[in-house]
Design a protein around this ligand. Structure first.
Ligand SMILES: Cc1cc2nc3c(=O)[nH]c(=O)nc-3n(C[C@H](O)[C@H](O)[C@H](O)COP(=O)(O)O)c2cc1C
Length: 259
């Protein structure tokens, strides 16, 4: 009988696919770019297995792990997926496509098993399980729409998968450009599921595309309360982003000059 639960993964590749040292998490975050075109080279099985294993280690509310993955490698199936995704060519190019989906309200079918497994492993006291289950059920039924809840969690596993692939020296392309109904129909996903995102994994055909820049911390961080500027020493980030925008503006002006 197949096991419902497992321990932390222990056996996984400890180098990049080309034998070089794996990238740190920070390096993976800095290096990752959304890849536009892939080589046909396949992803070695042990790497794909590890990437899937690590994505499954993502955290989730009450440890309910609603994410599910469909790995699509057959050319013909990738082409069907491409058609359901506005013909994004990278889908037929990448050797591995992963469809991320989650079935709404499915947690009701396995919450007992998860809580029992947690208790068996020493998470909390077994006698507390009914109370925690009640609390979790109240929250999931009354406080948050299921579509939002499953999307929230599935994207954590998605991000983990993308970054683990990057730290193994692979390239990825995250995608939201698809018709979820068409994807669901083509791949037999139940109607009460959310098809959340697609991830292409493989080896980029061209050098990474240019870094598009990110908001300065002052744009995205408040201190203690909405609207209170973050006043730590994020000033250096402010400066470099200001310089970047000034350069873009200067360049735009130059480009607009009549020849
Ligand atoms: C959830 C998500 C969905 C995306 N969907 C698409 C997509 O359907 N097609 C595409 O070409 N790029 C897609 N992108 C790529 C983004 O355009 C890209 O991540 C962004 O421009 C930043 O570039 P970078 O990832 O290279 O830093 C998506 C990215 C994310 C995170």
């Amino acid at each position: 009988m197949k096991a419902m639960f497992q321990d932390k993964p222990r056996a996984f590749p400890k180098t990049c696919v080309d034998g070089k040292a794996m990238k740190s998490l920070m390096q993976a975050l800095l290096d990752r770019r959304a890849t536009q075109h892939f080589k046909p080279d396949s992803v070695p099985e042990e790497y794909l297995e590890a990437i899937l294993q690590f994505a499954g280690q993502a955290p989730s509310g009450y440890n309910l792990q609603p994410w599910r993955f469909i790995v699509v490698r057959e050319k013909e199936n990738r082409e069907r997926l491409m058609k359901a995704a506005f013909n994004q060519q990278k889908i037929s190019e990448a050797p591995v496509m992963v469809i991320f989906y989650a079935i709404k309200d499915d947690w009701k079918n396995y919450i007992d098993a998860i809580f029992q497994e947690g208790a068996r492993r020493g998470v909390g006291k077994p006698e507390m399980v009914p109370q925690i289950k009640q609390q979790a059920s109240n929250f999931l039924e009354k406080m948050v729409p299921q579509a939002i809840w499953v999307n929230r969690h599935t994207m954590i596993a998605f991000t983990a998968m993308m970054l683990v692939a990057e730290s193994y020296g692979l390239d990825t392309a995250p995608m939201e450009g698809f018709d979820p109904v068409a994807v669901g129909k083509e791949f037999g996903i139940p109607g009460n599921a959310e098809v959340v995102a697609l991830l292409a994994i493989g080896f980029g055909k061209e050098p990474d595309k240019t870094y598009g820049g990110r908001f300065a911390l002052s744009e995205i961080v408040s201190e203690e309360h909405f609207g209170r500027p973050w006043k730590s020493d994020g000033k250096s980030a402010d400066k470099s982003s200001r310089e970047m925008f000034e350069e873009i503006q200067r360049k735009a002006k130059t480009d607009l000059q009549p020849a």
